[in-house]
Every structure is written in structure tokens, then in C-alpha cells.
Design a protein around this ligand. Structure first.
Ligand code: AMP
Length: 259
């Protein structure tokens, strides 16, 4: 049975040990092995093995080297010569899928390390006595890990661009559709931090809620949400880089209003 990743709350696809690629195996004998199978499940397993390598195997300080090598394998797997080998051994049906999955391996490496989201804010309709509190940011509390507070965000899926990911994750995690907010031109913030010794990049855009009364619908990944003025949002988010992102967003909005 698949396990649940404690950080993301999502299912982890387990390696199929009967079909994993062992040390010393070459692309030729992988292709030969594939000719004995009527399905292409072994290629899925190759991808899952790499996914597990990314999740668990790169805890030492050689992550960049390992990723570099995985990329080389990906490129080799897409070369015409390898295609010809696969065609000879695997039959036409499998070749298309195999090529796709090798490409997917490279995508998956990038996906695991990249997330995108939206810093959503709303303006209070009745101005507060403290003007800096007129803008409130939406933070969600994770139901995984340390139950930290974060804007909606998540991993890039295959075939998505960053903004599509941010929109999809906002809908999945907060129940807000793109028609519910307006993306603010000119603001984009990139955060870099490490998760279990792996570098992670998170890209945020800024978006204003159109209707302050709209309901926030959480997914299982979060257990609470709050609308908070800048200082409280910074306090709750805790992480230095997230605080900077919120402060920059806030200053950007104040400057924008004055112009
Ligand atoms: P997340 O990227 O929010 O899914 O969180 C994954 C892990 O990274 C959790 O252990 C968080 O506590 C941690 N984390 C989340 N946001 C940040 C951040 N801005 N800076 C550093 N670590 C973070």
C-alpha cells in the first residue's frame, strides 16, 4: 500500500522492486528486458524509483551531481540511437510511452523542487484605525509537519506552467477560483529554502480578493485559515523569507495606491 508523505499529505508512489533498474544495467539490457513485457509498467517503476531517489536518496551533499547524472540519463534515453534500440526490442506501442516517461523523469525532478502559489489579500471595506491593517493576508495552517502557516501553494504538475500551478493550488487549497480574485501586475516573489536537505523554490504572485465575504474552503492539507494584518501575518508565518515576501507585497500595494 502507498505511504502518505508527512510533509505534503499526498500519497507517495512506492517502488516496484520486481521491476526496478539495478546497478550496472545499461539502456540496452533495459530495452531487452522491456521486450519481455507486454505492458510498460517497468518504465513507470523507473520513474518512481527516481522519484524516491529525489525524496529520500539525496540527503547527502551530492544532490547537484546526482541530479546532473539523472538529467544525462534522461537525455540519453531520448536520443535517436536509444529510440532505435527500444524500437527493436520493445515494439512500437511501448516506444511512444517509454519516450514520454523518460521525458517525464526530467520534469518530475524539477516538479519535486518547485512550488507556486498566491499571496491572497483583501482590503477592509471599513478602514481600520490602523491604516497598515486595512490590508489582510490569507494564511492557511498546514495539517502536516509543524502546522506552519503559509499562503496557498503547491508542486508544479507535468505540463503546467508556474502560474497555472498557482491558480490550481489556490483553488484546491482555499476553494478560490481565478474569477474570485485579481492577480496584481508587477509583483512576483521567489523563495528558496531547504526541505529535508533538498533545495525548494516557491514562486508567489499577489492577488486581491474581489468579494470579502467569499467562503474559504480548505482541503485536507490544511486545518485552519486566517485573514491577518501585516504584523500578525508575519508573526504567524514565522519564516524570515516569508515575512519579507509579505512585507514586500504590502509596501508594493501601498506604493501602487499612491501612484
Ligand atoms: P511547505 O513548503 O510549506 O510544504 O513546507 C515544507 C517544509 O518546509 C516544512 O517543514 C516547513 O516547516 C518548511 N518551510 C515552509 N515554508 C518555509 C519557508 N518560507 N522557509 C523555510 N522553511 C519553510
Amino acid at each position: 500500500m502507498n505511504k502518505i508523505d508527512e510533509e505534503s499529505g499526498k500519497q507517495i508512489l512506492e517502488e516496484d522492486s520486481s521491476a526496478s533498474i539495478g546497478e550496472g544495467e545499461t539502456l540496452d539490457n533495459i530495452a531487452e528486458a522491456s521486450s519481455m513485457l507486454t505492458t510498460i509498467q517497468h518504465m513507470h517503476c523507473a520513474v518512481h524509483t527516481l522519484q524516491l531517489a529525489i525524496r529520500d536518496g539525496l540527503k547527502d551533499h551530492h544532490a547537484a551531481t546526482v541530479i546532473g547524472k539523472l538529467r544525462q540519463v534522461t537525455v540519453a534515453g531520448r536520443a535517436p540511437k536509444t529510440d532505435a534500440i527500444l524500437k527493436r526490442h520493445a515494439g512500437k506501442g511501448a516506444i511512444l510511452d517509454q519516450t514520454t516517461h523518460w521525458g517525464g523523469t526530467c520534469l518530475m525532478i524539477n516538479m519535486a523542487l518547485r512550488a507556486c502559489g498566491l499571496i491572497i489579500y483583501r482590503r477592509l471595506s471599513q478602514a481600520s484605525s490602523k491604516p497598515e491593517e486595512n490590508i489582510q493576508f490569507l494564511l492557511l495552517q498546514t495539517s502536516y509537519g509543524r502546522h506552519h502557516w503559509t499562503p496557498p501553494k503547491g508542486h508544479v504538475d507535468p505540463g503546467e506552467d508556474d502560474l497555472q500551478t498557482a491558480l490550481r493550488e489556490t483553488e484546491e487549497e482555499a476553494g478560490l477560483k481565478s474569477m474570485d480574485f485579481q492577480i496584481i501586475d508587477g509583483f512576483k516573489k521567489e523563495l528558496q529554502y531547504e526541505v529535508r536537505s533538498q533545495p525548494k523554490t516557491v514562486v508567489y504572485w499577489l492577488a486581491e480578493l474581489r468579494d470579502n465575504n467569499i467562503e474559504i474552503c480548505l482541503s485536507k492539507e490544511h486545518q485552519a485559515y486566517r485573514w491577518l494584518g501585516l504584523e500578525k501575518a508575519c508573526q504567524l508565518s514565522g519564516y524570515q523569507d516569508m515575512q519579507e515576501a509579505l512585507r514586500e507585497a504590502h509596501s508594493f500595494l501601498l506604493r501602487r495606491k499612491q501612484n
